[in-house]
Design a protein. Structure first.
Length: 726
């Protein structure tokens, strides 16, 4: 074996083999410097190619047939590994996959070459790889070996063809599916795969040789060498270069490439879409192209630094950016071209114009606002003030920077006359607790005429994007409103005082009148016992009835005065609703019979159960309701019902068949000193306080009153009192 390693001479074929070997080494070095999909399998392919070329070189250089056969057999592990790794490389590259998680590929990459090595090494025993007819022959004066291919040879050849067919199919699919700018490279991969495959078919099937040797390794070497040139020139296997290429072709901005002389040598799809697929902008055909031509000339003349401007094309606006393309060779890195990118600024210009219009509108809105608006910084200094605020504060014609809100000349004070700390300090407090100030009134001396004005202030905290806190204040002159409110307040106080005086006067007068009236009624009752003459008794009865009516009026006036003064107090005593019902019946049955009216009093529920309340005031409510029912009913009946369900409010209903009321009269039924109309007072008498007192008493007890009435059909009044059960 060691004797077969000796190389006595290197002929032309051996030199060619060494050339290809070094070319593959260079390609292996380049592959290690770049990242691309399937790189690990591409490296395995190159290493297998190097091993195969070493075996071929030693086979060519060997002198004895035995050594040639040994090196031919030694090449087979690499022959099997090469198409296997090549198929895996093409699969990952075409799919854009790093090949992670495909551990099963290790099996064919190891098992296949190992099996080929074992079979070739043991061929002397079974002679099923190279048959017994294998031996030396002379071809064109060169000693070569004629191989007798056995069944295992063809088995491994079939194994190799499986992966070669796999690689061809992958490259073919990639050629069909790749984008236009990448299709040429995939076609190159397809040819690189087909050439060694066809050479191997010619060798095995038709005995075609190269100088008496298998041409397959040389074909593979040539193919890989061509691939190295494709990588060096196109760099399509470099992911970064592919990404840059995609960026150029898929950029939404038009990109134009110029050479050093300013000639257009390239354009991306967006530029071709904008200017036309075949139009050369350096050849002026219209005003638009002439302007671009002038801009290209300026790029060349200024060394890539033209004056900033906005270019227009197809009714759109573009901001140009110019980038130099420098030579990759030499130390000076000379400029060999220019890349012009046109950034579409149409939308930005539109938004900028819209934003400026919005700012102008807001500025105009602030200046025409009827509210004064001031912006203060954290120190209380004015940052902005609109025209209305200048008018309110009397600052017309005074520069804002000269205004100091802490100046005592402002004479800030609260409307009550208590001195204030100043507008700036008031709103500086807003910065501490971040709570808005609403309708805060301040008095000040206007700077222009020193007139005292009352202003209403609203303020809120504004946090800017830079984190600086500001206070926005709106001012409204409420001097006239403040004066009006004070006048109204004084008028209300005066009215309340007069009302209290009236109530006190009524109470005093009621007491003063009731004292002699009680004496008159008492003497009339005593005199009634002494007088027996019917005519005189009739006169005494009239005196007593008139006195009792006057006493009732006085009691109503006194109760109304107490209610208005808020001095009416209710008792909390126990009473039975059925007892009240019996008393009402006893009190008014005679009056009802005198008018030939039917009076019915009903109770339902648990009327015998005691409730807690003021029985005197409940009786007063009943008397007012029943007396009105009798007063305004000429014929028919009057029904009084007590509904006392357990655990629920007590409901009293008084229903009559009297004169009834209209909707308009119902709206005034609870007004004090009012009746349905003037004729009612003349026909039936009364002060109009009864229903008002009922409403007030029921409200004080926490209940409510509802009234249903139709003119000429009668009235139903329902009183609901939430009195607890004892």
């Amino acid at each position: 074996m060691l004797k077969c390693i000796e190389v006595s001479r290197i002929d032309a074929l051996g030199g060619v083999t060494l050339f290809f070997w070094f070319a593959i080494v260079f390609l292996l070095y380049r592959s290690a410097q770049e990242y691309f999909f399937g790189r690990r399998y591409f490296v395995v392919t190159l290493m297998a190619m190097l091993g195969w070329l070493v075996a071929v070189f030693l086979e060519i250089s060997a002198i004895t047939p035995t050594c040639k056969i040994i090196w031919a057999q030694a090449a087979w592990p690499f022959i099997v590994a090469l198409p296997t790794a090549w198929a895996f490389f093409l699969t990952d590259y075409a799919a854009g996959s790093a090949g992670q998680g495909r551990r099963w590929r290790i099996v064919p990459l190891i098992v296949g070459p190992v099996a080929a090595a074992v079979v070739a090494a043991t061929n002397s025993r079974h002679q099923m790889f190279y048959g017994p007819d294998t031996g030396p022959v002379v071809v064109d004066g060169r000693l070569v070996v004629s191989f007798d291919h056995g069944p295992l040879f063809y088995a491994f050849a079939a194994y190799i063809y499986i992966f070669l067919i796999w690689a061809v199919v992958v490259a073919l699919i990639g050629s069909l599916k790749a984008s236009a700018q990448h299709r040429t490279f995939f076609i190159g991969l397809l040819l690189v795969t087909l050439v060694p495959g066809l050479s191997n078919v010619l060798y095995i099937g038709f005995g075609v040789t190269f100088e008496g040797f298998d041409p397959t390794p040389f074909a593979f070497s040539v193919a890989l060498f061509i691939l190295s040139l494709m990588i060096a020139q196109n760099r399509l296997m470099d992911v970064g270069s592919v990404a840059k290429d995609l960026l150029f072709h898929n950029s939404p901005d038009p990109i134009i490439v110029l050479d050093a002389e300013g000639r257009q040598i390239g354009a991306n799809p967006e530029a071709r879409r904008l200017f036309g697929p075949e139009v050369d902008l350096t050849q002026g055909v219209d005003d638009q192209h002439l302007k671009m031509r002038d801009f290209f000339d300026e790029i060349i003349q200024t060394g890539g630094q033209p004056a900033r401007r906005t270019l227009t094309a197809r009714r759109r606006y573009f901001e140009p950016d110019v980038f130099p393309v420098r030579s990759v060779y030499g130390t000076n890195r000379d400029v060999i071209g220019w890349v012009l990118r046109l950034q579409d600024s149409t939308e930005r210009r539109f938004l900028s114009s819209a934003l400026q219009a919005e700012r102008d509108f807001l500025s105009q809105l602030m200046e025409t606002s009827l509210s004064g608006i001031i912006a203060l910084d954290a120190e209380g200094a004015i940052m902005f003030i609109n025209a209305e605020a200048e008018r309110l504060l009397g600052l017309q014609g005074i520069p804002v920077r000269e205004v100091n809100l802490s100046d005592p000349d402002w004479a800030f004070e609260w409307p009550e006359g208590v001195p204030a700390t100043g507008l700036g300090h008031v709103f500086a407090r807003l910065l501490e607790d971040s709570r808005p100030i609403r309708n805060r009134r301040l008095a000040l001396r206007r700077r222009s005429d020193r007139e005292r004005r009352i202003i209403s202030c609203n303020a809120s905290l504004l946090q800017s994007a830079d984190g600086e806190a500001r206070v926005v204040v709106s001012l409204t002159d409420v001097t006239d409103q403040h004066r009006t409110e004070n006048n109204l307040r004084d008028a209300v106080a005066k009215s309340e005082s007069e009302s209290r005086s009236k109530s006190q006067f009524l109470a005093n007068m009621s007491h003063e009148i009731r004292t002699p009236l009680n004496g008159v009624l008492g003497m009339a009752e005593v005199l009634d016992r002494l007088v027996h003459d019917p005519e005189q008794k009739k006169m005494l009865t009239t005196i007593r009835h008139s006195g009792e009516l006057l006493l009732t009026i006085l009691n109503d006036v006194l109760d109304m005065s107490k209610i208005e003064a808020g001095k009416l107090e209710l008792e909390a005593a126990l009473f039975r609703p059925d007892h009240l019902a019996a008393r009402i019946y006893d009190l008014y049955i005679v009056s009802a019979e005198e008018k030939q009216l039917e009076l019915d009093v009903f109770t339902s529920g648990r009327a015998e159960v005691q409730r807690i309340g003021d029985p005197h005031r409940v009786m007063q409510i009943l008397q007012n309701l029943v007396s009105n029912a009798i007063k305004f009913t000429h014929s028919g009946e009057i029904a009084v019902s007590f509904s006392c369900p357990v655990g629920k409010p007590m409901v009293i209903e008084v229903r009559d068949s009297g004169i009834g009321m209209t909707e308009e009269q119902l709206g005034r039924i609870f007004n004090a000193f009012e009746q349905a109309d003037g004729s009612v007072t003349r026909r039936f008498g009364g002060t109009g306080l009864g229903m008002s007192i009922v409403s007030k008493l029921v409200e004080i007890m926490g209940g409510h009153v509802t009234v249903e009435s139709r003119l000429g059909e009668g009235t139903a009044i329902r009183v609901t009192l939430p009195l607890e059960e004892a």
